[in-house]
Design a protein around this ligand. Sequence first.
Ligand SMILES: [Fe+2]
Ligand SMILES: [Fe+2]
Length: 279
Amino acid sequence: MTEFRLTQVSDTHLSRGRPFARLTENFHRVSEHIDTTRPDLIINSGDVSWDGPTSRADMEFAKDLHGALPVSCRYLPGNHDIGDNPTAIGTPPSHPASEKDRAAFVDVFGEDRFHFEAAGWCFIGLNSLIMNTAIPSEAEQMDWFAGELSSANGKPIALFLHKPLFLQTPEDPETPGTAIRYVPQPVRAQLVTMLGKHDVRLVASGHVHQRRDFTYGRMRHVWAPSAGFVIPDKMQEVIGTKETGLVEYRFRPDSFEVRYVRAPGQRDVSLDELLGSSG
Ligand SMILES: [Fe+2]
Ligand SMILES: [Fe+2]
């Protein structure tokens, strides 16, 4: 295969509950676009479901919708699927990621991390929510990740995970309001050191519900927009572009292209709309 076409969808936040029908509608528009474009693979980079820890049915609903796509999917968990990272700064998460929630995600989606190769590239997906939890799978994943990086054997590497690594630089200080937005310290520094020893060219994430594309050093950082909804400015500062959509990649040996796309009919549903229509 000399070209590998990959579509990243993120933050679909799916649930069968009626208040979330607008998110299902947006997913249907994304599905139609995928049916038209037929990439080689879909990656959902997390927050696949609305509230996985309290509703396995949300994850099962999301899995059914992804399973109906005409293209294979790989899955990574988000904080809405398995709970959030403990951080050194700021309020502790009300629901930290646990072994039980991770296992439930794996049970429904079949994985919480992945590795594969295509078009001369090495693709690695990480579960970013177990970082800083000290649960056994955190250390186990880090050992696995180190092994996968080493076994890339000089191939360029594309990394996928739910949370972006940082806003501007790896040394950005954590703040109480934003620590949960990025991979938390001290794991972030550990990851950045590991990535710097290998030919990592792309770090693709979701979580922020704002799309953004920047290069720091040799690494391009692509923040996928949410496929489902945007967060109003009164609830979240603007640090990228608040639009729903998806990201299309074309990988060829030694190069890649990135394109932000909005599926025909996909709407900028606001979180306000969702919360206002609950009940
Ligand atoms: Fe999200
Ligand atoms: Fe998230």
